[in-house]
Structure formats: structure tokens, C-alpha cells
Design a protein around this ligand. Sequence first.
Ligand SMILES: Cc1cc2nc3c(=O)[nH]c(=O)nc-3n(C[C@H](O)[C@H](O)[C@H](O)COP(=O)(O)O)c2cc1C
Length: 185
Amino acid sequence: MDAIDLLLNRHSHGRLDLPGPNNDELDLILKAGLRAPDHAHLRPWRFVIYQGNGRQQLADLFERAAINNPELDEQAIAKAPTLPFRAPLVITVISKVLPHPKVPALEQHLSAGCSVMAMQQAALVLGYGGIWRSGVYATDPQVRSAFELGDSDEIVGFLYIGTAVGESRVRPMPQLDQYAEFIGE
Ligand SMILES: Cc1cc2nc3c(=O)[nH]c(=O)nc-3n(C[C@H](O)[C@H](O)[C@H](O)COP(=O)(O)O)c2cc1C
């Protein structure tokens, strides 16, 4: 796939199934994540990879979090442990913020966010689909505590990857002049 084609046609797949990436492909995907731009080389990234039966750990964590969340009803509690099984591979991407005089936490979260998109794009090139999700569990105190997050750390997302089911849909390109201002020639 041509690089510009990839950038202009990046898209997500919500419905994902087996097979997921093999070990060599997963290695490439994760290395693409490690190419995220990173101010002062802090490497503020942490990837926690759940695949196969490992997804049960994330399912159990989501379920415990749901049970302890007074805002969630029975339906949400029942759904919680099914979420990680929506794809053969789920990468939890965390921004692990390091104190730095020139690199505020925001920049470190952005760097981790870039790694998510890089990994999604690598998955696309390898023939897989992916979707970046957050949801209530990304900010849930119990989930944060299970990942031993510090006060400034964030779960920037859960990247689901697998074989796309159904047709892929690339959203229409937004109108450029609504988002871009051109100064000078
Ligand atoms: C930080 C972040 C969190 C997101 N969380 C969710 C989510 O929890 N559920 C969801 O369906 N889409 C979520 N999305 C949006 C999808 O990843 C996707 O971008 C969107 O469905 C548009 O589709 P497209 O990527 O094909 O343009 C999130 C996107 C970002 C950047």
C-alpha cells in the first residue's frame, strides 16, 4: 500500500475476528508504535498486549470495574467482560508521564496517542483492521489502579486489531477549507 494512500484512506473496523496478527506481524505493529514522535526521547509509552486467553485478564478487570461503578447498570456489567473479546488482539496504550522541565504531560499523552495511530496504520498495511477505543474503562479508577498508573499517567486507548469482518468504510474526506487556514502563498 502506498504511504499517501494509507494516510488518506486510514479507517477503522469495529467488527474484528480471527486470525489476528502472528508474532512477526505483532512485532512490526509494536515497532511502528515505537516510532511515535517523542519530545526529549522520554519514551512515555507502555503497551500491554492481550491476545488469545490473555484477554480474559482484561475481561476480568473490566468486570470488576463495572461491578464497582455505581453509574453502570446490570446490562453494562454483563457486557463488560465481553469487550476484550471483540478482537483477537487488544493493545492497551498507556502514557507513562515522566517529569521534565520542557515536556509537559500533554506532549507525552500526544506521543502515546501517535503510537496508537501508527500501530493502527501498521495493522492496515499488514491486511488487518483495527479500532482505537477508550470508553468508561479507560478512566476507571479500578482499571487505573490495576495498571499502577501514576496521577499524571493515562490510558490513551485500547487498540483492537484483527481480521476485518464485513465491508470496510472510509469516511468521506472532510471539507479541507473548514479546518485549514492558509496564510501567504
Ligand atoms: C482517543 C479516541 C478514543 C476513541 N474511543 C472510541 C470508543 O470508545 N468507541 C468507538 O466506537 N470509537 C472510538 N473512537 C473513534 C474510532 O477510533 C474511529 O476513529 C471512529 O469510529 C471513526 O472511524 P474512522 O477511524 O474509520 O474514521 C475513538 C477515537 C479516539 C481518537
